[in-house]
Design a protein around this ligand. Structure first.
Ligand SMILES: NC(=O)C1=CN([C@@H]2O[C@H](COP(=O)(O)OP(=O)(O)OC[C@H]3O[C@@H](n4cnc5c(N)ncnc54)[C@H](O)[C@@H]3O)[C@@H](O)[C@H]2O)C=CC1
Ligand SMILES: O=C(O)C(=O)COP(=O)(O)O
Length: 332
Protein backbone atom coordinates (compact mmCIF):
# COMPACT_ATOMS: atom_id res chain seq x y z
CA UNK A 1 0.00 0.00 0.00
CA UNK A 2 1.39 3.46 -0.83
CA UNK A 3 2.34 5.79 2.04
CA UNK A 4 -0.14 8.50 3.06
CA UNK A 5 0.53 12.10 1.99
CA UNK A 6 3.53 13.47 3.83
CA UNK A 7 4.65 16.89 2.57
CA UNK A 8 2.49 19.69 1.11
CA UNK A 9 -0.84 19.37 -0.70
CA UNK A 10 -1.11 16.48 -3.14
CA UNK A 11 -1.02 17.41 -6.83
CA UNK A 12 -3.27 15.51 -9.21
CA UNK A 13 -2.22 15.71 -12.85
CA UNK A 14 -5.11 15.25 -15.30
CA UNK A 15 -4.45 14.48 -18.97
CA UNK A 16 -7.64 12.59 -19.84
CA UNK A 17 -9.64 14.50 -22.45
CA UNK A 18 -12.85 13.27 -20.80
CA UNK A 19 -12.21 14.49 -17.22
CA UNK A 20 -14.39 17.62 -17.17
CA UNK A 21 -16.93 16.53 -19.75
CA UNK A 22 -19.22 14.33 -17.63
CA UNK A 23 -22.03 15.11 -15.23
CA UNK A 24 -20.02 14.45 -12.06
CA UNK A 25 -18.10 17.18 -10.22
CA UNK A 26 -14.88 15.20 -10.23
CA UNK A 27 -12.66 18.26 -9.85
CA UNK A 28 -14.71 19.26 -6.80
CA UNK A 29 -14.19 15.84 -5.23
CA UNK A 30 -10.44 15.99 -5.77
CA UNK A 31 -10.04 19.51 -4.39
CA UNK A 32 -12.33 18.69 -1.44
CA UNK A 33 -9.79 16.00 -0.57
CA UNK A 34 -7.17 18.75 -0.25
CA UNK A 35 -5.44 18.17 -3.56
CA UNK A 36 -4.58 20.62 -6.32
CA UNK A 37 -5.42 19.78 -9.95
CA UNK A 38 -3.06 20.56 -12.81
CA UNK A 39 -3.92 19.69 -16.40
CA UNK A 40 -1.68 18.56 -19.25
CA UNK A 41 -2.00 17.52 -22.90
CA UNK A 42 -3.79 14.26 -23.76
CA UNK A 43 -0.95 13.20 -26.10
CA UNK A 44 1.31 13.05 -23.00
CA UNK A 45 4.10 15.02 -24.70
CA UNK A 46 6.96 14.47 -22.28
CA UNK A 47 8.57 17.91 -22.47
CA UNK A 48 5.24 19.66 -21.86
CA UNK A 49 4.42 17.32 -19.01
CA UNK A 50 7.87 17.38 -17.36
CA UNK A 51 7.25 20.39 -15.05
CA UNK A 52 3.82 19.01 -14.13
CA UNK A 53 5.12 15.51 -13.45
CA UNK A 54 7.83 16.98 -11.18
CA UNK A 55 5.28 17.61 -8.42
CA UNK A 56 2.50 15.14 -9.29
CA UNK A 57 1.28 12.73 -6.59
CA UNK A 58 -1.37 11.10 -8.80
CA UNK A 59 -2.00 11.08 -12.55
CA UNK A 60 -5.44 10.68 -14.15
CA UNK A 61 -4.29 9.59 -17.57
CA UNK A 62 -5.90 9.31 -20.97
CA UNK A 63 -4.82 6.95 -23.75
CA UNK A 64 -1.41 8.61 -24.35
CA UNK A 65 1.88 6.89 -23.52
CA UNK A 66 3.10 6.54 -19.94
CA UNK A 67 6.73 5.52 -20.37
CA UNK A 68 9.63 4.92 -18.01
CA UNK A 69 10.82 8.45 -18.92
CA UNK A 70 7.48 9.93 -17.82
CA UNK A 71 7.71 8.01 -14.55
CA UNK A 72 11.32 9.08 -13.96
CA UNK A 73 10.18 12.69 -14.30
CA UNK A 74 7.63 12.12 -11.48
CA UNK A 75 9.53 11.29 -8.27
CA UNK A 76 6.47 11.70 -5.99
CA UNK A 77 3.99 9.82 -8.21
CA UNK A 78 2.02 7.09 -6.44
CA UNK A 79 -0.63 6.15 -8.97
CA UNK A 80 -1.45 6.32 -12.66
CA UNK A 81 -5.25 6.07 -12.79
CA UNK A 82 -6.36 5.38 -16.38
CA UNK A 83 -9.58 7.22 -17.18
CA UNK A 84 -10.67 4.25 -19.26
CA UNK A 85 -9.75 0.65 -19.91
CA UNK A 86 -6.79 0.12 -22.23
CA UNK A 87 -3.40 0.10 -20.51
CA UNK A 88 -1.31 -0.93 -23.52
CA UNK A 89 0.30 2.53 -23.62
CA UNK A 90 1.38 2.28 -19.98
CA UNK A 91 4.75 0.68 -19.25
CA UNK A 92 3.39 -1.56 -16.49
CA UNK A 93 6.79 -3.11 -15.74
CA UNK A 94 8.44 0.31 -15.36
CA UNK A 95 5.62 1.43 -13.06
CA UNK A 96 5.96 -1.71 -10.91
CA UNK A 97 9.74 -1.24 -10.69
CA UNK A 98 9.23 2.31 -9.42
CA UNK A 99 6.46 1.40 -6.97
CA UNK A 100 3.85 3.36 -8.94
CA UNK A 101 0.39 1.75 -8.91
CA UNK A 102 -1.64 1.56 -12.14
CA UNK A 103 -5.45 1.35 -12.14
CA UNK A 104 -8.12 1.34 -14.82
CA UNK A 105 -11.92 1.27 -15.00
CA UNK A 106 -12.91 -2.19 -16.26
CA UNK A 107 -16.44 -2.41 -17.65
CA UNK A 108 -17.05 1.34 -17.45
CA UNK A 109 -17.26 1.73 -21.22
CA UNK A 110 -18.00 -1.84 -22.41
CA UNK A 111 -21.60 -1.17 -23.42
CA UNK A 112 -20.65 2.06 -25.16
CA UNK A 113 -17.94 0.43 -27.28
CA UNK A 114 -20.01 -2.68 -28.03
CA UNK A 115 -22.81 -0.42 -29.28
CA UNK A 116 -20.39 1.40 -31.59
CA UNK A 117 -18.88 -1.84 -32.90
CA UNK A 118 -22.33 -3.10 -33.92
CA UNK A 119 -23.15 0.31 -35.41
CA UNK A 120 -19.99 0.15 -37.54
CA UNK A 121 -20.72 -3.43 -38.66
CA UNK A 122 -24.20 -2.45 -39.84
CA UNK A 123 -23.10 0.86 -41.37
CA UNK A 124 -20.36 -0.89 -43.35
CA UNK A 125 -22.63 -3.74 -44.48
CA UNK A 126 -25.39 -1.37 -45.61
CA UNK A 127 -23.17 1.38 -47.13
CA UNK A 128 -24.79 3.96 -44.85
CA UNK A 129 -22.15 6.67 -45.33
CA UNK A 130 -21.62 6.32 -49.11
CA UNK A 131 -25.41 6.18 -49.42
CA UNK A 132 -25.76 9.43 -47.53
CA UNK A 133 -23.06 11.10 -49.63
CA UNK A 134 -24.73 9.87 -52.81
CA UNK A 135 -28.19 11.09 -51.91
CA UNK A 136 -26.80 14.55 -51.07
CA UNK A 137 -25.16 14.59 -54.52
CA UNK A 138 -28.42 13.58 -56.21
CA UNK A 139 -27.44 9.92 -56.75
CA UNK A 140 -29.69 7.07 -55.69
CA UNK A 141 -27.23 4.24 -56.39
CA UNK A 142 -27.66 1.09 -54.37
CA UNK A 143 -25.47 -1.95 -53.88
CA UNK A 144 -27.36 -5.03 -52.79
CA UNK A 145 -26.13 -5.99 -49.33
CA UNK A 146 -26.15 -9.16 -47.23
CA UNK A 147 -28.13 -9.44 -43.98
CA UNK A 148 -26.12 -9.69 -40.77
CA UNK A 149 -28.10 -12.66 -39.47
CA UNK A 150 -26.80 -14.86 -42.27
CA UNK A 151 -23.16 -13.84 -41.86
CA UNK A 152 -20.54 -15.47 -39.66
CA UNK A 153 -18.99 -12.96 -37.27
CA UNK A 154 -15.52 -13.51 -35.81
CA UNK A 155 -14.79 -11.73 -32.53
CA UNK A 156 -11.14 -11.31 -31.55
CA UNK A 157 -10.84 -10.75 -27.79
CA UNK A 158 -13.67 -12.06 -25.61
CA UNK A 159 -13.32 -9.76 -22.63
CA UNK A 160 -15.94 -7.30 -21.52
CA UNK A 161 -16.42 -5.53 -24.84
CA UNK A 162 -16.12 -8.64 -27.03
CA UNK A 163 -18.78 -10.35 -24.91
CA UNK A 164 -20.99 -7.27 -25.18
CA UNK A 165 -20.75 -7.49 -28.96
CA UNK A 166 -21.55 -11.23 -28.87
CA UNK A 167 -24.61 -10.58 -26.69
CA UNK A 168 -25.86 -7.89 -29.07
CA UNK A 169 -25.25 -10.06 -32.15
CA UNK A 170 -27.21 -12.94 -30.61
CA UNK A 171 -30.27 -10.87 -31.44
CA UNK A 172 -29.37 -10.98 -35.13
CA UNK A 173 -28.82 -14.75 -35.14
CA UNK A 174 -25.34 -14.54 -36.70
CA UNK A 175 -23.14 -17.62 -36.14
CA UNK A 176 -20.30 -16.43 -33.86
CA UNK A 177 -16.63 -17.46 -33.85
CA UNK A 178 -14.33 -16.27 -31.07
CA UNK A 179 -10.58 -16.14 -30.61
CA UNK A 180 -9.14 -15.43 -27.17
CA UNK A 181 -6.21 -17.49 -25.86
CA UNK A 182 -7.16 -16.60 -22.28
CA UNK A 183 -10.77 -17.83 -22.44
CA UNK A 184 -11.37 -21.62 -22.45
CA UNK A 185 -13.48 -22.96 -25.37
CA UNK A 186 -16.10 -24.31 -22.93
CA UNK A 187 -16.68 -20.80 -21.58
CA UNK A 188 -17.06 -19.46 -25.12
CA UNK A 189 -19.52 -22.24 -25.88
CA UNK A 190 -21.66 -21.13 -22.93
CA UNK A 191 -21.71 -17.68 -24.54
CA UNK A 192 -22.94 -19.15 -27.83
CA UNK A 193 -19.52 -18.71 -29.48
CA UNK A 194 -17.41 -21.37 -31.22
CA UNK A 195 -13.82 -21.02 -29.99
CA UNK A 196 -11.25 -21.03 -32.81
CA UNK A 197 -7.69 -19.88 -33.41
CA UNK A 198 -6.93 -16.69 -35.32
CA UNK A 199 -6.27 -18.46 -38.66
CA UNK A 200 -9.55 -20.36 -38.47
CA UNK A 201 -11.37 -17.16 -37.58
CA UNK A 202 -9.77 -15.38 -40.57
CA UNK A 203 -10.75 -18.19 -42.97
CA UNK A 204 -14.36 -18.59 -41.82
CA UNK A 205 -15.65 -15.09 -40.94
CA UNK A 206 -17.66 -12.72 -43.11
CA UNK A 207 -17.29 -9.97 -40.49
CA UNK A 208 -14.44 -9.60 -37.97
CA UNK A 209 -14.64 -7.31 -34.94
CA UNK A 210 -11.47 -6.60 -32.94
CA UNK A 211 -11.64 -6.33 -29.13
CA UNK A 212 -8.16 -7.35 -27.93
CA UNK A 213 -5.65 -4.94 -26.37
CA UNK A 214 -3.29 -3.27 -28.85
CA UNK A 215 -0.25 -5.24 -27.76
CA UNK A 216 0.53 -6.90 -31.11
CA UNK A 217 -0.42 -6.74 -34.80
CA UNK A 218 -3.08 -9.42 -35.30
CA UNK A 219 -4.38 -8.33 -38.72
CA UNK A 220 -1.41 -8.33 -41.09
CA UNK A 221 -0.86 -9.29 -44.75
CA UNK A 222 -0.84 -13.01 -43.85
CA UNK A 223 -4.23 -12.70 -42.07
CA UNK A 224 -5.70 -10.75 -44.99
CA UNK A 225 -4.39 -13.32 -47.49
CA UNK A 226 -6.63 -16.08 -46.07
CA UNK A 227 -9.85 -14.16 -45.33
CA UNK A 228 -13.08 -14.61 -47.27
CA UNK A 229 -13.43 -12.16 -50.18
CA UNK A 230 -15.39 -9.07 -49.17
CA UNK A 231 -14.66 -9.40 -45.43
CA UNK A 232 -15.94 -6.51 -43.32
CA UNK A 233 -13.30 -5.66 -40.68
CA UNK A 234 -14.27 -3.51 -37.70
CA UNK A 235 -11.77 -2.11 -35.19
CA UNK A 236 -13.01 -0.34 -32.07
CA UNK A 237 -9.98 -1.44 -30.04
CA UNK A 238 -6.56 -0.09 -31.01
CA UNK A 239 -4.87 0.93 -34.28
CA UNK A 240 -1.82 -1.16 -33.34
CA UNK A 241 -3.85 -4.35 -33.91
CA UNK A 242 -3.79 -3.85 -37.68
CA UNK A 243 -1.10 -3.25 -40.27
CA UNK A 244 -2.78 -0.23 -41.88
CA UNK A 245 -0.74 -0.45 -45.11
CA UNK A 246 -1.72 -4.12 -45.51
CA UNK A 247 -5.38 -3.24 -44.89
CA UNK A 248 -5.19 -0.51 -47.57
CA UNK A 249 -3.63 -3.00 -50.03
CA UNK A 250 -6.32 -5.61 -49.29
CA UNK A 251 -9.10 -3.03 -49.81
CA UNK A 252 -7.62 -2.00 -53.18
CA UNK A 253 -7.22 -5.64 -54.23
CA UNK A 254 -10.87 -6.30 -53.30
CA UNK A 255 -9.89 -9.01 -50.79
CA UNK A 256 -11.28 -6.81 -48.02
CA UNK A 257 -14.76 -5.36 -48.57
CA UNK A 258 -14.70 -2.66 -45.91
CA UNK A 259 -12.69 -1.39 -42.96
CA UNK A 260 -14.63 0.50 -40.28
CA UNK A 261 -12.61 1.84 -37.39
CA UNK A 262 -12.73 4.03 -34.30
CA UNK A 263 -8.93 4.15 -34.10
CA UNK A 264 -6.14 5.19 -36.45
CA UNK A 265 -2.38 5.09 -35.97
CA UNK A 266 -2.30 8.79 -36.83
CA UNK A 267 -5.09 9.79 -34.41
CA UNK A 268 -2.78 11.71 -32.12
CA UNK A 269 -1.18 13.78 -34.83
CA UNK A 270 -0.39 14.04 -38.46
CA UNK A 271 -3.48 12.72 -40.32
CA UNK A 272 -1.22 10.61 -42.55
CA UNK A 273 -2.78 7.13 -42.44
CA UNK A 274 -2.72 5.20 -45.75
CA UNK A 275 -6.35 4.35 -44.95
CA UNK A 276 -7.42 7.97 -45.37
CA UNK A 277 -6.59 7.90 -49.12
CA UNK A 278 -9.41 9.36 -51.22
CA UNK A 279 -9.74 6.26 -53.43
CA UNK A 280 -10.64 4.18 -50.34
CA UNK A 281 -13.36 6.55 -49.11
CA UNK A 282 -16.28 4.29 -50.07
CA UNK A 283 -14.71 1.22 -48.43
CA UNK A 284 -13.62 2.85 -45.18
CA UNK A 285 -15.52 4.41 -42.33
CA UNK A 286 -14.03 6.19 -39.33
CA UNK A 287 -15.19 7.54 -36.00
CA UNK A 288 -12.93 9.79 -33.89
CA UNK A 289 -12.02 7.39 -31.04
CA UNK A 290 -15.58 7.90 -29.87
CA UNK A 291 -16.26 4.38 -28.58
CA UNK A 292 -16.29 5.35 -24.91
CA UNK A 293 -17.84 8.76 -25.43
CA UNK A 294 -21.31 8.24 -24.02
CA UNK A 295 -22.82 10.08 -21.07
CA UNK A 296 -22.91 6.84 -19.10
CA UNK A 297 -19.38 5.68 -19.88
CA UNK A 298 -17.68 9.04 -19.31
CA UNK A 299 -19.20 9.25 -15.83
CA UNK A 300 -18.39 5.63 -14.99
CA UNK A 301 -14.78 6.03 -16.16
CA UNK A 302 -14.46 9.23 -14.15
CA UNK A 303 -15.95 7.63 -11.04
CA UNK A 304 -13.44 4.78 -11.24
CA UNK A 305 -10.41 6.97 -11.89
CA UNK A 306 -11.23 9.46 -9.14
CA UNK A 307 -12.05 6.73 -6.61
CA UNK A 308 -8.61 5.22 -7.29
CA UNK A 309 -6.88 8.57 -6.79
CA UNK A 310 -8.82 9.41 -3.62
CA UNK A 311 -7.98 5.98 -2.17
CA UNK A 312 -4.28 6.58 -2.85
CA UNK A 313 -4.42 10.05 -1.30
CA UNK A 314 -5.89 8.44 1.83
CA UNK A 315 -3.04 5.92 1.82
CA UNK A 316 -5.39 3.06 0.92
CA UNK A 317 -5.07 0.37 -1.73
CA UNK A 318 -7.06 1.59 -4.77
CA UNK A 319 -9.56 -0.63 -6.60
CA UNK A 320 -8.88 -2.10 -10.06
CA UNK A 321 -5.12 -2.43 -9.93
CA UNK A 322 -3.64 -3.45 -13.29
CA UNK A 323 -0.76 -5.89 -13.49
CA UNK A 324 1.16 -7.13 -16.55
CA UNK A 325 -0.87 -9.97 -18.21
CA UNK A 326 0.05 -13.59 -17.48
CA UNK A 327 0.71 -16.03 -20.34
CA UNK A 328 -2.36 -17.98 -21.56
CA UNK A 329 -2.94 -21.36 -19.86
CA UNK A 330 -0.81 -24.05 -21.48
CA UNK A 331 1.86 -21.54 -22.59
CA UNK A 332 4.07 -22.02 -19.53
N1 LIG B 1 -12.55 2.68 -28.82
C1 LIG B 1 -12.54 2.97 -27.54
O1 LIG B 1 -12.88 4.07 -27.12
C2 LIG B 1 -12.15 1.92 -26.56
C3 LIG B 1 -11.26 0.93 -26.89
N2 LIG B 1 -10.91 -0.02 -25.96
C4 LIG B 1 -9.97 -1.07 -26.37
O2 LIG B 1 -10.65 -2.31 -26.28
C5 LIG B 1 -9.81 -3.26 -25.64
C6 LIG B 1 -10.66 -4.32 -24.95
O3 LIG B 1 -11.37 -3.74 -23.87
P1 LIG B 1 -12.14 -4.67 -22.81
O4 LIG B 1 -12.97 -5.67 -23.50
O5 LIG B 1 -12.79 -3.75 -21.85
O6 LIG B 1 -10.90 -5.38 -22.12
P2 LIG B 1 -10.85 -6.79 -21.39
O7 LIG B 1 -9.56 -6.82 -20.67
O8 LIG B 1 -12.11 -7.04 -20.65
O9 LIG B 1 -10.79 -7.83 -22.62
C7 LIG B 1 -9.70 -7.97 -23.47
C8 LIG B 1 -9.69 -9.43 -23.92
O10 LIG B 1 -8.72 -9.58 -24.97
C9 LIG B 1 -8.10 -10.84 -24.78
N3 LIG B 1 -6.84 -10.88 -25.51
C10 LIG B 1 -5.62 -10.42 -25.15
N4 LIG B 1 -4.73 -10.65 -26.12
C11 LIG B 1 -5.39 -11.29 -27.12
C12 LIG B 1 -5.00 -11.80 -28.37
N5 LIG B 1 -3.74 -11.71 -28.81
N6 LIG B 1 -5.94 -12.40 -29.15
C13 LIG B 1 -7.23 -12.50 -28.73
N7 LIG B 1 -7.65 -12.04 -27.52
C14 LIG B 1 -6.75 -11.44 -26.73
C15 LIG B 1 -7.96 -10.97 -23.27
O11 LIG B 1 -7.78 -12.33 -22.89
C16 LIG B 1 -9.29 -10.40 -22.79
O12 LIG B 1 -10.26 -11.42 -22.65
C17 LIG B 1 -8.94 -2.41 -24.67
O13 LIG B 1 -7.71 -3.04 -24.40
C18 LIG B 1 -8.76 -1.14 -25.45
O14 LIG B 1 -7.60 -1.25 -26.26
C19 LIG B 1 -11.45 -0.03 -24.71
C20 LIG B 1 -12.34 0.92 -24.34
C21 LIG B 1 -12.70 2.04 -25.21
O1 LIG C 1 -10.95 3.16 -22.33
C1 LIG C 1 -10.15 3.18 -23.28
O2 LIG C 1 -9.16 2.43 -23.37
C2 LIG C 1 -10.37 4.14 -24.37
O3 LIG C 1 -9.83 3.98 -25.44
C3 LIG C 1 -11.28 5.29 -24.10
O4 LIG C 1 -10.59 6.45 -24.39
P1 LIG C 1 -11.26 7.88 -24.01
O5 LIG C 1 -11.54 7.88 -22.55
O6 LIG C 1 -12.50 7.97 -24.83
O7 LIG C 1 -10.19 8.85 -24.41
Amino acid sequence: MPPATTTGPAVVLVTSRSFSSGDLDLAGEVTAAGATIVTGPSDHDLETLRPLLATATAWIAGTGPVTAAHLDAAPDLRVVARYGVGTEAVDLAAAAERGVLVTNTPGANSGAVADLAVALVLAALRDVVPGDRGVRAGRWDVRRARELGGLTVGIVGLGRIGRGVAARLAGFGSPLLGCDPWVPPAELERLGIEGVDLDDLARRSDVVSLHAPGDAVLVDAAFLEITRPGLVLVNTARAALVDEAAVADALRAGRLGAYASDVLASEAGDHASPLLAEDLADQTLFTPHAGAQTVEAVDQMGRGAVDAVLACLRGEQPPNLVRPPAAPEGDA
